[in-house]
Design a protein around this ligand. Structure first.
Ligand code: FES
Ligand code: FES
Length: 184
């Protein structure tokens, strides 16, 4: 017979999530991924492997990409956390941020499970390197796994997102389909 484990002590954790201060009680062992999903209700962050391999759970802490399945919620206390829900641009017509628009325009997702992690990773990547080469775009997403797309259109989305973020709205497109900037 299995014994039920007593609930651990819970501590109030306050983080600024997508620009809004949020507080919830969490056990000290609560991961940041579970905290944002289950305690804050932000289910856009996906959890795949739960041990730092797939990148699906990537969020930004103070602008840096981290695997939220490997971070304890209590260690994010007082920091700025950006989840995929915070990547939109509500003041625009589409309300999509540049990386989101690029994914749409380049058909860079299929099932979408991996997509939140790619969007956050690429947001940080082009903030650090606003004009990536194709090789640098490949490197930028090397730590994220996608079981569906074969990555080519995600690489195209990185290059397109960098252009969009710089104010160049020349549309991207799926790799190998004659889109702007695609080599044949
Ligand atoms: S769920 Fe965190 S890296 Fe896979
Ligand atoms: S789109 Fe399905 S795992 Fe990436």
């Amino acid at each position: 017979m299995t014994e039920s484990r007593p609930a651990g002590r819970r501590l109030p954790v306050t983080v600024t999530v997508n620009g809004v201060a949020r507080t919830a009680d969490a056990e000290p062992r609560r991961t940041l991924s579970d905290f944002v999903r289950h305690d804050l209700g932000l289910t856009g962050t996906h959890v795949g492997c739960e041990h730092g391999v797939c990148g699906a759970c990537t969020v930004l802490i103070d602008g840096d990409p981290v695997r939220s399945c490997l971070v304890l919620a209590v260690s994010a206390q007082g920091h700025d956390v950006t989840t995929v829900e915070g990547l939109g641009q509500p003041d625009t017509v589409t309300e999509l941020g540049p990386v989101q628009r690029a994914f749409r325009d380049c058909h860079a997702l299929q099932c979408g499970f991996c997509t939140p992690g790619f969007l956050t990773t690429i947001t940080a990547g082009i903030a650090e390197n606003p004009t990536p080469t194709r090789d640098e775009a490949v490197d930028m997403i090397a730590g994220n796994l996608c079981r569906c797309t074969g990555y080519q259109n995600i690489v195209e989305a990185v290059l397109t997102a960098a252009r969009y973020a710089a104010g160049d709205d020349t549309p991207g497109g799926p790799a190998g389909h004659g889109a702007a900037g695609v080599e044949h």
